[in-house]
Design a protein around this ligand. Sequence first.
Ligand SMILES: Cc1cc2nc3c(=O)[nH]c(=O)nc-3n(C[C@H](O)[C@H](O)[C@H](O)COP(=O)(O)OP(=O)(O)OC[C@H]3O[C@@H](n4cnc5c(N)ncnc54)[C@H](O)[C@@H]3O)c2cc1C
Length: 372
Amino acid sequence: MIRITDRKQCCGCSACADSCPHAAITMKPDAMGFSYPSVDSDLCVDCGLCEKVCAFHVPESKATDSCEAIRFPDLMDDSQSGGLAYALMRKAIGAGYIVYGAAIDDDFSVRHRRVDSMDGLSPLRLSKYVQSDMDGIPAQVLKDLKDGRKVLFTGTPCQCAGVASAAGKMRMNLLLADIICHGVPSPAVWKGYLESLEHRQGKKISSVLFRDPSLGWHGHREAVFFGDEKQVGDEYTFFFYQHLMLRPSCSVCPFASLRRASDITMADCWGVEDTLPGFADDNRGCSVLFANTPAGQEFTGDFPDICQRRPMDLPSEKIQPNLYRPSSAHKRVKSFENTYIRKGYDAVLRRFGKGSRSYRIDEFIKKVKRHI
Ligand SMILES: Cc1cc2nc3c(=O)[nH]c(=O)nc-3n(C[C@H](O)[C@H](O)[C@H](O)COP(=O)(O)OP(=O)(O)OC[C@H]3O[C@@H](n4cnc5c(N)ncnc54)[C@H](O)[C@@H]3O)c2cc1C
């Protein structure tokens, strides 16, 4: 029976819950909104399948050793990087696949969604910097595979590993595309942020962009719309980059490595202006593509959409830290969590936000250390 005694040891992929033949496991959110398996001991027969299917360990693959810069001029303006994810999804739908990816729901929570038409792909575009809900998704993927469908699943490396594990012997028609992942933020803080904004503004939010593409590829600020009015800020993005609200398992992520759990890996091609001068200097975006397996190489060999691509050296640890190691948690992460749970979003904003005393002290200490 799966027992999570250390929250760092579960990534919330739902593979255990979806694989239980006795429906003894449900995924339940903790106070930060991160889901963990909860076992009903009356239904559990202790068969051990949930532990076997758990994919939260270093993948057995060998290290990926080549990559290319790639961009899709007609797709990238409404994509986060160079449009690679959208191009993969479009190719897959064109070839009769079912596609899975993360979308924003009407209540602004983020969940994985099943799509079987070109028209349905739009909500899967762009990065949502919050952990997406995977409840029921591994089982749905397995059902598609059993029904003889081919599936492209896109998501974080841990979600891809969970889906692959739940698919088991049906893995053949499953293509996995993961992102290089900095870590996934708390769904509860995301919700708290939006509620606080609505309260402060006295207006209802109509839509959100986690990283507004109209600010250029290098810009990373969130945009919130109140009807026609748009407000751009970085209050939430700041907490993300401070590592104050990432899932505990992100700090020990076994997938933050060149040993990938998926057929394809995609990410921002940071530093491309220096590595390939003239290729993508216009701040419109550029993706980096790693085809990690023969299936990934075959699928990405050509695309129906116009693309520009160029082989390049592997990005360094400085450029893509999470290709080599997990993001370490902020030293005040426990205090952040406790404050959020006891006092809510406005309290963490006051205590840990950009204008807070603790942040100013940290910055001052860093400055002093740089000059010693
Ligand atoms: C939480 C998070 C952390 C990231 N960290 C890094 C990083 O450290 N370095 C880096 O280079 N790139 C990182 N990325 C990836 C990057 O932001 C782009 O998503 C990626 O390059 C794809 O962009 P695109 O233009 O090809 O596709 P887009 O059209 O922008 O498609 C986005 C793709 O990402 C998936 N996706 C979006 N949000 C989520 C989510 N919450 N959970 C799972 N899957 C999601 C969608 O399913 C879709 O396949 C991160 C993305 C997320 C969501």
